[in-house]
Design a protein around this ligand. Structure first.
Ligand code: UD1
Ligand code: CA
Length: 455
């Protein structure tokens, strides 16, 4: 069966009070409309069309996907008019599924259920709400069959008492769609062309109308304000945490975890409170992440420990490393196995090989560090001359004394030792002590100045 999906995203979103188009606001790090597109794609539609509004160029620019078709709706004369704009883009037979760009969390299973209900006609996704105010109401006949949808503003007092509402998500036989849309009238309280009126048209023509329901109300909640955006963010985070727990991840508190992207975890991973994961993060078996860490596009090897308050971005951490507390791995940091990066150590665009250590207060930038290297406290690679970046090479088994400046480009040979306080401007030979330091003197008999007595 050919499936068309039409995503309505032309509405203004005034109540967001934002310059960003409503459907581009993120839930779990992903634009609302991107959630809808991903869900739609999982149903393998032959056509996927987004109806966007006047000034919605930002929406198009944010979604460069080759398989998307676009229909401009300007001016916006209602949901029926919106779907009409998409008609030329659709494959002529099969079913057309209408989704909203601001209803992000509908599960594919729910939509499959709706499509099944539409096999012999039209199907509407409905839900019973304790407070149905504002929604279109599902009107059924004595036999319980759906006969039409009435909008809040057009409803009688009796109809307003109906608690089953239209979620807006609908599956319609495509062959009938053009005719039904062309026949819509805007003679209603809002002067709009209502998509919901196709239900009565179907009933009039003897086309069966069915209803399907989502498992959870959250699946059909839309975003019209920052309040609703924040509420759905929590819903989504709770779902993500639940999935992680069910997969065996230990979360100190599922309510204090934020995943804004994809988090893949091996067995026996433990995550403490208030961690934020962005982009694609992979934690291998038995990784331990301490409280208050931020990891963005990071791969962490088995058995590694990321201690409290560490910030890692575009980095790779080898197995059995210890990073933090208070460590910063910036883009291009790659740690081999069993590397230790301690507090207030910053690593950028550098590889650090197995068992090397920088345990306190250091900056390692644009460096290639060998195995079993010890980088003392206060060591800094002077990688930037004000115009260009230069490479520092530290070979295996080198020992870098505390408070050393490595003025790049420079190489520290294998097994070399640099004395504390060295400012290295030329290569240090292997297996040798190199030190640049003023000779220490002590002046016997020297006296501290004393304060002059007040006159
Ligand atoms: C619509 C339904 C209502 C349902 C409710 C669920 C109609 C007539 N009413 O009401 O039965 O209970 O959704 O939230 O369909 N849009 C366009 N172009 C337009 C108008 C709307 O693209 O001209 C898009 C909006 O961006 C939004 C969606 O359609 O994503 C729904 O629009 P909205 O104004 O929220 O619909 P309601 O009037 O609330
Ligand atoms: Ca709405």
């Amino acid at each position: 069966m050919n499936l068309n999906v039409v995503i309505l995203a032309a509405g203004q979103g005034k109540r967001m009070h934002s310059n960003l188009p409503k459907v581009l606001h993120p839930i779990a790090g992903k634009a609302l409309v991107r959630h809808v597109i991903d869900t739609a794609r999982s149903l393998s539609p032959v056509r996927l069309c987004v109806v966007y509004g006047h000034g919605g160029d930002a929406v198009r620019a944010a979604l460069p996907d080759a398989d998307l078709r676009w229909a401009l709706q300007a001016p916006q004369l209602g949901t029926g008019h919106a779907v009409q704009q998409a008609l030329p883009q659709l494959a002529g037979d099969g079913t057309t599924l209408v989704l909203y760009g601001d209803v992000p969390l509908t599960r594919p299973e729910t939509l499959r259920r709706l499509l099944k209900a539409a096999q012999d006609g039209l199907a509407v996704l409905t839900v019973e709400l304790a407070d149905p105010t504002g929604y279109g109401r599902i009107v059924r006949d004595g036999a319980g069959r759906v006969v039409r949808i009435v909008e809040q503003k057009d409803a009688t007092a009796e109809e307003k008492a109906i608690r089953e509402v239209n979620t807006g998500i609908m599956a319609i036989p495509t062959a009938r769609l053009a005719g039904w849309l062309a026949a819509l009238s805007n003679d209603n309280a809002q002067g709009e062309y209502y998509l919901t009126d196709v239900v009565a048209a179907a009933v009039a023509e003897g086309v069966p109308v069915n209803a399907a329901q989502p498992d959870g109300e959250w699946e059909v909640l839309g975003v019209n304000s920052k309040v609703q955006l924040a509420e759905l963010e929590r819903v989504q985070q709770r779902r993500i945490a639940q999935d992680l727990l069910e997969a065996g991840v230990r979360l100190a508190d599922p309510a204090r975890l934020d995943v804004r992207g994809e988090l893949a975890c091996g067995r026996d991973v433990a995550i403490d409170v208030n961690c934020v994961f962005e982009g694609r993060v992979e934690l291998a078996e038995a990784v331990d992440v301490g409280p208050n860490c931020v990891l963005k596009n990071v791969r962490v090897g088995a058995g590694a420990r990321i201690a409290a308050f560490s910030h890692l971005e575009d980095a790779v951490v080898g197995p059995d490393c210890v990073v933090g507390p208070y460590a910063r791995l910036r883009p291009g940091a790659e740690l081999g196995p069993e590397v230790h990066i301690g507090n207030f150590v910053e690593v950028k665009n550098s590889t650090i090989a197995a068992q090397s250590k920088a345990n306190h207060l250091a900056y390692v930038g644009d460096a290639k560090v060998g195995e079993r290297v010890n980088i003392g406290a206060g060591t800094i690679t002077c990688n930037y001359d004000g115009a260009n970046k230069h490479l520092t090479v530290i070979e295996d088994d080198a020992f870098i004394g505390s408070d050393t400046q490595l003025v790049a480009p420079v190489t520290v040979g294998r097994g070399a030792t640099l004395g504390a306080g060295t400012t290295l401007t030329r290569d240090a030979p292997p297996e040798t002590l190199t030190v640049s330091r003023a000779k220490q003197l002590s002046l016997p008999g020297w006296q501290r100045p004393v304060k002059k007595p007040k006159k």
